[in-house]
Design a protein around this ligand. Structure first.
Ligand code: DC
Length: 230
């Protein structure tokens, strides 16, 4: 059976990675979390002192992009590939609210986007890939056979992210998470380079009132239909 490319875009915390991972597992496809790559660069910038709440040394980061190697390694116990920065597993370190508060600023830089888009295209060049992010259907894989655009209300998404952070043991306030979600929505959809927009041929799914199970079956139905139409 032909292996297609599935691009899943949408605002933050719309459950893209949850459905993408499950679909990839079901089909035996590779799942790539492109947001993890932007988070990895952000984590590097924080470690090197290029970004903090008072300043952002964009030039310093851009000059050092060559020193950044991002890779993914499949973790059998977790059932998905974890992200590595220069050989070190940073899967947990990149999910903090601190990284979330800087990542949209890092993702605005064209040099960063160029480097990561190139790697993303390389990872998906043979098809059989499910990739989620903001510009997958518009920039990374404009010819993807199936494009989905997930949405949900900001309050709904903040609640989901808040529950996730609390479960990890992070001490955060719901209002602070909601503020981060709204700020990222704004920056992600207003940046000059590759802003978050729905691709013309993407199918929109509002999952505000949908369970993970329902969403999985809806997406699986769309995948089957698309594969059978080829
Ligand atoms: O999906 P996420 O929340 O982990 O993504 C983190 C940030 O990375 C998000 O705020 C915007 C940016 N991003 C992007 O600009 N392009 C992508 N393809 C994926 C993420």
């Amino acid at each position: 059976m032909k292996k297609i490319t599935i691009a899943i875009d949408g605002f933050s915390s719309t459950g893209k990675s949850t459905v993408a991972k499950r679909i990839a597992k079901h089909l035996g496809y590779v799942y790539v979390d492109s947001g993890a790559m932007y988070r990895a660069v952000t984590y590097y910038a924080m470690q090197q002192g290029f970004i903090d709440s008072n300043h952002f040394n964009i030039e310093g980061l851009v000059e050092n992009l060559k020193a950044i190697t991002i890779s993914f390694k499949f973790n059998n116990a977790l059932g998905f590939a974890e992200v590595y920065l220069n050989g070190i597993n940073i899967e947990n370190d990149i999910r903090t609210l601190e990284v979330s508060s800087f990542v949209s600023k890092v993702a605005e830089i064209s040099e960063v986007r160029q480097k990561l888009v190139e790697q993303q295209q390389q990872l998906g060049k043979d098809g059989g890939v499910v990739m989620d992010g903001r510009d997958i259907g518009t920039v990374v894989f404009p010819d993807a056979e199936l494009k989905l655009f997930l949405t949900a209300s900001p309050e709904n998404r903040a609640k989901r992210r808040f529950d996730e952070l609390v479960k990890r043991g992070d001490r955060v306030l719901y209002d602070e998470v909601l503020k981060n979600v709204e700020e990222r929505d704004y920056i992600d959809s207003h940046r000059k380079d590759s802003p978050l927009v729905k691709a013309e041929d993407a199918i929109e799914i509002d999952n505000s009132n949908m369970s993970k199970e329902e969403q999985f079956h809806i997406v699986l139905g769309l995948v089957d239909k698309r594969i059978n139409s080829i």
